[in-house]
Ligand binder design. Structure first.
Ligand code: SAM
Length: 277
């Protein structure tokens, strides 16, 4: 099912063998098998979140209904992540909300990536990377890390299959949810190796200028959203830490990290260091 969101994304892949997707899509199970987890994903993918707000948005915008996730950055007139207020689980307003989309201040990720992003060769990482030709304020939304939604079994099979690939793209995002005394966790796995958006080009840094957060809009499966962790100057390469918080981009082979930052551990996050495989 494709969502009802009007994502505005005019980027494309230079490599025509890759399929550009505007947002996450469910993988084709016939390629690498189905299992109970996949069936659950299928059910969630086809579900719609019905937690719409009833706000009559005034001049202050739709700020309280799903938590105060974003705030205005006056200099550029854009909404940015409100790091002082935003909660771990971000819910944006959606088509089931009563608020007027053009006035609502709780719709950011659903509108698509920011303008002036550019994929080009990174001299530091000696591969492709993502750059911005504009200054980005702290909390500014960069883009979604979008690709195929896959199950753990599919991730396992694909990582084996991709073992000889130079680059790895599969991202695991675990959210730990605490409701009263109950604790649970849910892991979302995104594979943009063959079908993905511009988010697949961000490299890893041990001292990154971006961070990732999970954001839900109209589907129970979260989007993986990339935000500026600090002010970013025009021309800087955009990077996030592949295993900083709840996320991890796995590699099956130990790889030397080229980020060159003072915090660098020497190696990129590695599959056997994590509990994922
Ligand atoms: C998600 S992709 C990033 C985009 C990739 N550079 C490309 O050209 O498509 C992750 C891959 O980029 C490379 N990479 C990312 N961060 C790196 C780092 N800090 N040091 C060395 N290689 C890195 C590795 O090959 C890694 O498997």
């Amino acid at each position: 099912m494709t969502s009802n969101l009007n994502v505005s994304d005019f980027y494309e892949h230079e490599d025509r063998s890759l399929e550009y997707v505007l947002e996450n899509i469910l993988s084709d199970q016939s390629n690498d098998g189905s299992d109970n987890e996949f069936q659950h994903l299928q059910m969630e993918y086809n579900s719609i979140l019905l937690n719409g707000c009833g706000c009559n948005v005034s001049q202050f915008g739709c700020v309280e209904c799903h938590g105060r996730n974003y705030k205005w950055f006056v200099e550029t007139g854009e909404l940015v992540l409100d790091t002082d207020n935003s909660v771990d689980l971000i819910y944006e307003c959606s088509p089931s909300c009563k608020c007027e989309p053009s006035k609502c201040t709780n719709r950011l990720v659903q509108k698509g990536p920011r303008a002036k992003l550019k994929v080009r060769h990174s001299n530091l990482f000696k591969c492709k990377g993502l750059f911005s030709s504009d200054h980005i304020p702290k909390g500014g939304f960069i883009c979604e890390y979008a690709g195929e939604i896959i199950s753990r079994k599919q991730a396992h099979n694909r990582l084996k299959k991709y073992e000889q690939n130079h680059d790895n793209y599969i991202l695991f995002m675990t959210e730990r949810i605490k409701e009263g005394h109950n604790k649970s966790s849910t892991t979302t796995i995104i594979d943009p190796t063959k079908k993905g958006n511009i988010g697949r080009y961000l490299n890893h840094s041990c001292d990154p200028n971006c961070e990732i957060r999970s954001v839900r809009i109209d589907c129970p499966i979260p989007k993986i959203a990339i935000f500026a962790k600090r002010d970013i100057s025009a021309g800087e390469e955009l990077c996030f830490h592949y295993n900083e918080g709840n996320e991890v981009v796995l590699a099956r082979q130990r790889r030397i990290c080229l980020c060159g930052s003072g915090n660098c551990t020497g190696y990129m996050p590695y599959a056997s260091d994590s509990g994922y495989l």
